[in-house]
Design a binder for this molecule. Structure first.
Ligand code: SF4
Length: 292
């Protein structure tokens, strides 16, 4: 599995759920020299082998006035894979899409909250946002095809109580636009995870039907034992987050316990499944870990 070292372009996020966060703060971009220093550090560390792989993240990258210089510097510094985390709307301008591909951006991750404007546009409080994002993704993919460049496009779906029932639709929409992988990241500690599981697993199955891998971050294995191979490595471990039932769980080697910020009734419901040992074995193999 490829790992990307995040390099922040500043304070803020490309897209946020307005209902969860109550409005997006004005982005504050870092100086390009500071960003260059972080990229150099990541390249020298070798922590992301096979790589080094860098993701420019934080606020919308196309809002940074020096983005072309930053991309050029990253490519020259020896980054193997450079990913932009964006809302993709800037790619609607053909010059941005073609220029990004030509500059060496081969990986794009776009954020999307819903499969329809009725969910996505409402949650980001921006009419027309979903259409722009999807058009931007298609524009980037088309630019890559024109330049005969191999690119990888993935979607990030921040999961909260406001979009959980739309997850199968958002996976279908993202893959329809060109996403080759989808990451569902549970970000809402107040979400009833047990009730959410049927939507999360349906979204995984939607990806399978469409030939696209769906990965889930923030759900422990005991809550979706039939879909453990969809779980991301990161289970949002938090000191003290484990419920007493976790204390001697056979899945400790692959699970950090309940998600950060999970509600008390969710933590209380965590129980090591009867076949935890077998599940742990499958997950260790999937992650290339030595058998326990
Ligand atoms: S019981 Fe705890 S450690 Fe075991 S899988 Fe569930 S959350 Fe993870």
């Amino acid at each position: 599995m490829l790992t990307f070292v995040p390099v922040s372009l500043g304070e803020g996020r490309a897209v946020t759920c307005e209902r969860c966060h109550g409005g997006s703060p004005t982005p504050v971009y870092r100086d390009s020299a500071q960003i260059a220093g972080d990229i150099e550090t990541a390249v020298r560390s070798g922590a992301a082998a096979p790589g080094p792989n860098i993701e420019l993240t934080g606020p919308e990258p196309f809002g940074h006035p020096e983005l072309p210089a930053i991309v050029g510097m990253a490519v020259r510094s020896g980054v193997s894979r450079l990913r932009l985390h964006t809302d993709a709307s800037a790619f609607v301008v053909p010059a941005n899409a073609a220029g990004s591909v030509a500059a060496g951006v081969r990986h794009v991750r776009f954020s999307v909250f819903g499969g329809t404007p009725g969910v996505h546009d409402v949650l980001v409080a921006c009419p027309g946002a979903l259409a722009e994002t999807l058009e931007g993704v298609r524009s980037y993919v088309a630019a890559a095809a024109t330049q005969e460049a191999l690119v990888h496009v993935s979607a990030l779906v921040p999961v909260c109580r406001h979009n959980v029932r739309d997850l199968p639709a958002v996976v279908a929409t993202a893959t329809g636009a060109g996403a080759a992988a989808v990451l569902l990241r549970v970000e809402d500690g107040g979400l009833d995870l047990r009730a959410a599981i049927e939507w999360v697993t349906a979204a995984c199955d939607t990806g399978t039907v469409n030939g696209v891998r769906v990965e889930v971050e923030g759900v422990p294995p005991c809550l979706m034992p039939d879909h453990v191979l969809h779980l991301a490595d990161v289970v949002r471990a938090r000191a003290g987050a484990k419920a007493p039932a976790c204390a001697e769980c056979a899945l400790d080697c692959v699970c950090g316990g309940g998600p950060a910020g999970a509600a008390a009734d969710t933590l209380a419901a965590l129980r090591a499944p009867a076949d935890a040992g077998a599940l742990a074995g499958r997950m260790r193999v999937a992650r290339g870990m030595a058998p326990s």
